[in-house]
Design a protein around this ligand. Structure first.
Ligand code: GLA
Length: 400
């Protein structure tokens, strides 16, 4: 169990502070400013975003800081404290397929902003993050959003949060080339402390739902399964394709358009298509998951005891395991052990095939639940898990 990460990203030893010294060392002098964008954890609503559905993430205290200064040439020079070598890219050379690796997330933002018609100066930038690596907490979206904010400010573009989301998402979809659904960038840019971001991924409307587990003597525990997730990209793209295919066969724009009371009819219709059984399972997940997000939002807004959302979280996990088939044994073990140790609800969060599990637990039981997961992991011979208690933080912003 790691100690709480302070909410202030510029606190001693945190990325917002570390980028200053690193900037002086790598580029000399001071940056024109510093920006911060948080990573996220999704409470519920998985693989619903690219189906025009609903999601309910919150911003973590972890994230990515960028220190940046306008350059005298139209070139991006970027150092990451998580990478060995710096990267230098003339802005005009950045295009889909032309940039690979981590710098595509940063360069991709420049490409997306230029593609939207904005004139950009070159940038000298240092980025640093403290998001647990490979945990599926959307560190890449945090990187995109921190850099998008820096460019917006330094080029005086005055972009709205919606425009920034669009640029960050295009960087990932078009330049990095992963067909992700936009939740992560929206979460990072729209989050509010003490709230969940209830996002309608069709209208892109944002509502902030108060979420304060400690006020109910609860904690939202995040457990990093530490499962190596090698399959992520290919499997994610395959789920995306199956959902599109199912929507096409059903004659709807997106699976969001299948209402819960139309599910049986939709499933019967798909039963006649080739590969129908798999498509039926995928549709069952997406339709039921959208309904669960709405149920969680309604329960939290009703002022009822937040423990009541627990069974919805656990049902979401079963749906991801049995219908969307995106969990792995480590993740299922962590969820099972957390529930056995008294969690009110638990589920995998994020894209799947590893990553993190969330568990809603009584504050007094946090250590017991973490201990139970550790014991179950040791018995199964898995790498020890890591865990922290999440607090809903603020969204991306300028920090100096
Ligand atoms: C990843 C993607 C998101 C979303 C989730 C699954 O995090 O980046 O867009 O699809 O998986 O909910």
């Amino acid at each position: 169990m790691t100690g709480g990460t302070p909410a202030d990203p510029t606190a001693a030893g945190r990325p917002g502070q570390r980028v200053l010294a690193a900037f002086a060392e790598r580029f000399g002098g001071e940056p024109d400013g510093r920006w911060w964008a948080p990573a996220r954890v999704n409470l519920i609503g998985e693989h619903t975003d690219y189906n025009d559905g609903y999601v309910l993430p919150l911003a973590l205290a972890h994230g990515v800081a960028a220190a940046a200064r306008v350059a005298d040439r139209p070139v991006l020079r970027v150092h990451s404290l998580q990478q060995q070598a710096p990267v230098e890219l003339p802005l005009a050379d950045i295009a889909p397929g032309a940039v690979r690796g981590w710098s595509a997330y940063v360069g991709g933002v420049a490409w997306a902003l230029r593609a939207a018609g904005h004139d950009l100066p070159g940038l000298d930038v240092v980025v640093d993050g403290d998001v647990p690596a490979g945990a599926g907490l959307a560190s890449s979206a945090a990187l995109e959003c921190a850099v998008a904010l820096a460019w917006d400010d330094l080029a005086g573009l005055g972009l709205s949060r919606e425009e920034l989301v669009a640029a960050a998402r295009r960087a990932e979809n078009d330049v990095v080339g992963t067909p992700t659904g936009g939740m992560d960038q929206m979460a990072s840019l729209h989050a509010r402390a003490g709230h969940l971001a209830f996002l309608d991924m069709r209208s892109l409307a944002v509502e902030h739902v108060p979420f304060d587990p400690p006020a109910a003597d609860l904690a939202l525990l995040v457990i990093d399964s530490r499962a190596p997730h090698a399959l992520v990209d290919g499997e994610y793209a395959e789920r995306h394709r199956s959902c599109r295919r199912a929507a096409e066969l059903l004659g709807v724009a997106a699976l969001r358009d299948v209402p819960p009371d139309g599910l049986d009819e939709a499933l019967a219709h798909l039963g006649r298509a080739p590969g129908g059984e798999v498509l039926r399972a995928r549709v069952r997940h997406v339709v039921s998951e959208n309904a669960r997000v709405l149920d969680v939002v309604a329960a939290l807004r009703s002022g009822a005891d937040p423990r009541r959302i627990g069974p919805l979280l656990t049902a979401s996990h079963a749906s991801m395991r049995d219908d969307f088939t995106i969990t792995v044994p480590e993740v299922d073990t962590a969820v099972g052990a957390a529930l056995d140790a008294g969690a009110h609800g638990s589920r995998m969060t994020g894209g799947g095939f590893g990553g993190c599990v969330v568990a809603l637990v009584d504050a007094a039981r946090v250590a017991d639940v973490v201990g139970a997961v550790e014991v179950a992991y040791a018995a199964a011979g898995y790498r020890a898990p890591a865990a922290f208690v999440a607090t809903a933080g603020d969204g991306a912003r300028r920090i100096s």
